[in-house]
Design a protein around this ligand. Structure first.
Ligand code: PMP
Length: 362
């Protein structure tokens, strides 16, 4: 049964999930694979869940071209718990961690790290309200405990073109662009992504970490905040978010079937179309002016007159299109074009922008 009443959902996360994934997730709530059990009632230490976890881990490694030197973990606590756990685990007393301050979430990660040790902000674009990426530092001190980057800045709509290779452990927050394009995931010693954008539903965060990083824990931590303890417990240190992990598995299967190469092609086509329309349309302007810094996941734009802002959001809502309000710290509009958003969805938004222009220029 498909739900033809679903709106086109440009929300930034929680976000759109493909209809086929929603259907399978809904079926599993009622009766998981004809086991006579709801996915919400399967034992988390039994074989049913062990198989889900194993397939999900294998698919992550497969999609990111990771070898056995990486461990995949599924953690509670969202992106913010990672902001805390990274310094708890990897920033020892008297050590310094490097951070690139490229947006709201990068800055939040920095504020969490400061609870545990010294932070060196190696580059920042805060002075320009993060409307472009900061210039990459000329050199990186190789005594840093690690370097933290954010590959896509969800709120400001900027995105790194590639994952750099550095001489210190590299940790990347890939929450809002994982699986959206081919990337050098192996340049990272650890990367993580909240699920509620390209991996399904909120409630779980995927962490891929090199096994040798697990040995580098700097503090005597309680198990729940220790990566090594989670890995040693094979992902069931406590009761995991089984349904969120199952939904992630369905998204991973969907991603694998579509292939990242084709997803990337569609993402390129989606953003090319939308940025072109924003530049052409007399009612809208791009917020990120440096084209190579523009995100292919979160397209931020503004209105040429303030009165168009609420009016365009209302116009979209009247036409079954939702979620294009910008974040409160940037304002105006943001269309999040995660993998579940199709080119046809973006064409629909562009058609509305054109219709809105015609009405307002009369
Ligand atoms: N990092 C990035 C890049 C994000 O976009 C977000 C949330 N939008 C977070 C971290 C924080 O995630 P959570 O709300 O799950 O803590």
């Amino acid at each position: 049964m498909t739900n033809s009443k679903l709106k086109i959902n440009f929300n930034p996360g929680q976000a759109a999930i493909p209809q086929s994934v929603l259907q399978q997730a809904a079926d599993a709530v009622l009766n998981y694979n004809n086991t006579g059990l709801s996915i919400l009632g399967i034992p988390h230490r039994g074989k049913l869940f062990a198989d889900i976890l194993e397939e999900a881990n294998t698919l992550v490694k497969d999609l990111c071209n990771l070898g056995n030197e990486y461990e995949v973990l599924w953690m509670h606590g969202g992106g913010r718990l990672q902001f805390a756990m990274i310094p708890m685990n990897y920033l020892g007393d008297g050590e310094t961690a490097g951070y690139i301050d490229s947006g709201y979430w990068a800055a939040d990660a920095i504020s969490y790290a400061k609870h545990y040790g010294n932070v060196a902000i190696l580059a920042s674009s805060k002075q320009d309200n993060y409307t472009h990426l900061p210039a990459w530092p000329a050199s990186i001190d190789n005594t840093l405990a690690y370097l933290h980057i954010t590959s896509n800045n969800t709120i400001y709509g900027t995105q790194c073109s590639h994952i750099p290779k550095v001489d210190v452990p590299l940790i990347a927050d890939m929450s809002s662009d994982i699986f959206s394009r081919e990337m050098d995931y192996t340049h990272c010693d650890m990367f993580y992504a909240v699920a509620q954008k390209n991996i399904g539903m909120a409630g779980v965060t995927m962490v891929a970490v090199k096994k040798d990083m697990l040995q580098r824990t700097k503090r005597n931590l309680p198990p729940m905040v220790s990566y090594a303890a989670h890995a040693a417990a094979n992902g069931v240190l406590n009761t995991p978010p089984v349904f969120a992990i199952y939904t992630a598995l369905l998204m991973l299967r969907w991603t694998k079937e579509k292939t990242i190469a084709d997803i990337e092609k569609e993402n390129n086509a989606k953003t090319a179309l939308l940025y072109k329309e924003i530049e052409r349309n007399s009612l809208f302007d791009c917020i990120v002016n440096i084209k190579t810094d523009r995100s292919k996941m979160n397209v931020c734009f503004t209105a040429t007159k303030p009165e168009y802002e609420k009016a365009f959001i209302r116009f979209c809502e009247e036409h079954n299109v939702t979620g294009i309000e910008g974040h409160r710290s940037v304002g105006a509009f943001r269309a999040s074009l995660y993998n579940a958003i199709s080119l046809a969805d973006v064409q629909q938004l562009v058609a509305l922008m054109q219709e809105f222009e015609t009405i307002n220029n009369k």
